[in-house]
Design a protein around this ligand. Structure first.
Ligand SMILES: CC(=O)N[C@H]1[C@@H](OP(=O)(O)OP(=O)(O)OC[C@H]2O[C@@H](n3ccc(=O)[nH]c3=O)[C@H](O)[C@@H]2O)O[C@H](CO)[C@@H](O)[C@@H]1O
Ligand SMILES: C=C(OP(=O)(O)O)C(=O)O
Length: 448
């Protein structure tokens, strides 16, 4: 399994990690900005004729892939310094005939080009959306929403062939058939340059959608109802603004780091946690026995998202009374669910975890059994996790899914002896220098 270097486009050799488990972690660590807002904002930059500057963007493969696609269409981008500040300058007209299909097929986020592109292009092709292997992920809700903006899509030979009608009736109120994050973002971006206000119902109000709305406000697009499931977008036909925006911190990275502390029974402080987006995870884990303190709140650089610093302490955990399951925000985030397999393995008793969202993701969590965990697969969506576990080192190949791969790495931090995690490139898709940052907290990890 090879991955590609975002800057050079060259195939990267597989990378592996050797982990000596058992080290206690200590100190504090800052959460980086989110992958999912990062990719949405890169797509949203296509709405703007002016220069888009994004601050502290996570330097991860998912971002690199979208950048490669944007560059292949003629967008000029440059990293400004070493802090992840990124400037994007669009060409007069995009060249949609030369899209980097290889980079595009490696990400699902490419689907979010549809909303911005339908404003200026009447016919274009995009490679099929790809990404982690989590089972089928529908694109139909995107098509249902975007059809109202005149988009028709035929699929053949690995591409979406899009045509856009010249004249459409105002879409008015759109009811999304799924409360998905990227479908909401696509509908918002389609509405952002539509001259008549569009109401979007059953909208996701998750963190990346909020960041996108805050960004659009900076572009002069009024968005009412941010943070609720009914959003009204007051579009502007032309957007030509030199915009500067800083997306907020990643609740999934925050929860990954808190899970690292829990599994290693360490005391660490995770700084810059977007608290609103991990509140349920935290409340649930508190019920399981987690002891933690939180600082006062302060605002993220976007001026809107509330952040806090969380310090977790070694705590004896017990299994929760009820099953753990995800829900659209404000529910427990589906991308945080895999970390509960790890947390439940540290708790006394049996925990049922129900992943109704993805067809394939729960299955990968049984890989924890190689480290001594007791994860029983009831069906493709439900697992029972028995704890507490005596973790032992093992050699494991990363599953082709980001979060389960990180869950394995964190399990290895606790496992007695030496473990090897192979083909960790999948982790680079969503985490910047995770191994190095864990090392700084005291984890004994060595790349090879
Ligand atoms: C780039 C990005 O932002 N990715 C996130 C986004 O992907 P994205 O928005 O693309 O998620 P999908 O549209 O694939 O939805 C995930 C799964 O949930 C199902 N579904 C979703 C909503 C709903 O109301 N009913 C329903 O059944 C879908 O059919 C699909 O099987 O949201 C996912 C679910 O939160 C997260 O895991 C991804 O990290
Ligand atoms: C499933 C995920 O994201 P994506 O939509 O990018 O595949 C994830 O972040 O775990």
């Amino acid at each position: 399994m090879f991955d590609y270097d975002g800057d050079t486009g060259r195939a990267r050799a597989p990378q592996h990690l050797r982990v000596r488990g058992g080290a206690m972690l200590s100190g504090s660590i800052d959460v980086k900005t989110s992958k999912n807002a990062g990719v949405a904002l890169l797509c949203a930059s296509l709405l703007n004729r002016g220069t888009t500057t994004l601050r502290r963007v996570a330097r991860i493969e998912e971002v690199n892939r979208i950048l490669r696609v944007l560059a292949s269409m003629g967008v000029h981008y440059e990293w400004l310094g070493d802090d992840g500040d990124l400037r994007l300058t669009p060409p007069e007209r995009l060249d949609l005939t030369r899209i980097d299909a290889d980079a595009a097929r490696r990400t699902r986020s490419i689907i979010m080009f549809l909303g911005p592109l339908l404003h200026d292009y009447t016919e274009f092709e995009l490679p099929f959306a790809g990404g982690c292997e989590l089972g089928d992920r529908t694109v139909e809700p995107h098509m249902v929403a975007l059809r109202r903006f005149g988009l028709a899509v035929e699929t053949s030979q690995g591409v979406y062939r899009a045509t856009v009608k010249d004249h459409i009736d105002p879409p008015g109120a759109i009811v999304l058939t799924e409360r998905g994050d990227t479908v909401t973002e696509n509908a918002i971006m389609a509405a952002a340059r539509h001259p008549v206000p569009t109401v979007i119902r059953n909208a996701s109000c998750n963190y990346m959608v909020q960041d996108l709305c805050f960004f659009l406000e900076r572009l002069g697009v009024r968005v009412d109802g941010v943070g609720t499931t009914t959003i009204t977008v007051h579009g502007r036909e032309e957007i030509d603004v030199a915009v500067d925006y800083a997306p907020s911190e990643d609740p999934i990275e925050a929860w990954s780091l808190l899970a690292a502390a829990i599994v290693t029974e360490s005391e660490i402080t995770v700084r810059r946690v977007p608290i609103e987006f991990v509140e349920i995870e935290l409340a649930l884990t508190e019920e399981m026995g987690l002891v933690y303190t939180r600082s006062g709140e302060y605002l993220a650089a976007n001026g809107r998202t509330r952040l806090t610093d969380l310090t977790v302490f070694p705590s004896p955990l017990r299994a929760p009374m009820d099953k753990i399951h995800p829900m659209p925000f404000p529910g427990l985030n589906i991308d945080n669910l895999p970390f509960f397999a790890l947390i439940a393995s540290c708790a006394e008793g049996s925990t049922m975890i129900h992943d109704w969202v993805y067809e394939n993701r729960a299955i990968y969590l049984t890989e924890l059994n190689r480290l001594g965990a007791r994860v029983r697969l009831l069906d493709p969506h439900r697992i029972y996790v028995d704890g507490p576990v005596h973790w032992t080192g093992a050699e494991v190949v990363c599953p082709p899914a980001l979060r389960p791969a990180v869950v394995l790495l964190l399990g290895m931090l606790r496992a007695r002896g030496v473990s090897e995690l192979r083909h960790i490139n999948v982790i680079h898709r969503g985490y910047e220098q995770l191994a190095e940052r864990l090392q700084r907290l005291g984890a004994e990890i060595e790349p090879f």
